[in-house]
Design a protein around this ligand. Structure first.
Ligand code: AMP
Length: 282
């Protein structure tokens, strides 16, 4: 596995692959790998001739009071894991090489970014779209792989690619979980043992929502309220950011569960802000 640190080096390796007629898959990440990241890299390995993993804690997607400085990092371990999983190229740029001091161009999808996580993280998805677009323009991959854990991010990237005719196939992959149901996240390391013990109730609340929908409940507000009540009891160390039921593609609020709907939530638990989601099928 080759490791490169500059946009120019990334562009030149990928251009050479294209000249050779090879397909490529890009897996954008912020590092501190867990089995969720591994599943994306493994999928990429199975889907293309060459696999590029980017490892970049992107400053522009963090708000002023968020955890940019504290975000967990372990470059050596991540690089070894990416190599063992069969990545061909690891792209680990310094922030200065991704953003010039006078950086001024942004990619935004406001219609999908103003809801769910966007309410408490107003600049987050602008930073995500911009860095992902930059990675796409440097790599020009055949496909790019994202986790369904960040469902809103995936929906926004799909919309960005459709509306701007970006020639990259976007693939979403299922959420990887701990044995007790907690969705794997680099931020789970922030949890105290007490908080960690309560955190799996997020998953349990979503399974309950799916059961209610499958059992015939059509009223989205009732399902959301049931999730809220459950979490107030089961996760007293946490505090709701949002519990919402939305259209899986447009992320618009849903009142009646007709076709599939997405139940998504964010909860603040100590220093961590945890997100999870589930598709509700009537
Ligand atoms: P991050 O490093 O947290 O920015 O995540 C990089 C990619 O891994 C994103 O596409 C995430 O959606 C995905 N990801 C993070 N956690 C999980 C998980 N538990 N299961 C599947 N994919 C995940």
């Amino acid at each position: 596995m080759q490791i490169v640190h500059t946009p120019e080096a990334l562009r030149s390796v990928c251009a050479e692959w294209r000249r050779e007629g090879l397909t490529s898959a890009l897996v954008p990440t912020m590092g501190y790998y867990h089995a969720g990241h591994a599943s994306l890299i493994e999928y990429a390995r199975s889907a293309a001739d060459r696999v590029v993993v980017s490892l970049f804690v992107n400053p522009t997607q963090f708000g002023p009071n968020e955890d940019l400085e504290a975000y967990p990092r372990d470059f050596e371990r991540d690089a070894a894991l990416a190599r063992d999983l069969g990545a061909d190229l690891l792209y680990a740029p310094a922030p200065e090489s991704m953003y010039a001091p006078d950086h001024a161009a942004w990619v935004e999808v406001p219609a999908l970014a103003g809801t769910l996580c966007g309410v408490s993280r107003p600049i987050h998805f602008r930073g995500v779209c911009t860095v992902v677009m930059k990675l796409f323009m440097l790599t020009l991959p055949t496909l790019a792989v994202f986790g369904e854990k960040d469902w809103q991010q995936l929906a926004i990237i799909k919309k960005m690619v459709t509306d701007l005719n970006v020639p990259v196939r976007i693939e979403g992959r299922p959420i990887v979980r701990e044995a007790d149901g907690l969705a794997l996240s680099s931020r789970n390391v922030y949890l105290t043992p007490e908080e960690r013990a309560q955190a799996p109730s997020l998953r349990r609340s979503l399974l309950m929502a799916a059961e209610l929908a499958a059992g015939g409940e059509r009223d989205a507000a009732k399902i959301a309220e049931a999730v809220r009540t459950f979490l107030r009891e089961q996760l007293p160390l946490g505090e709701e950011d949002y519990i919402s039921i939305v259209d899986p593609d447009t992320l618009a609020g849903v009142e009646r569960i007709g076709q599939a709907a997405l139940c998504a939530l964010a909860y603040r638990v100590g220093k961590a802000r945890l997100i999870d989601n589930i598709l509700l099928r009537p």
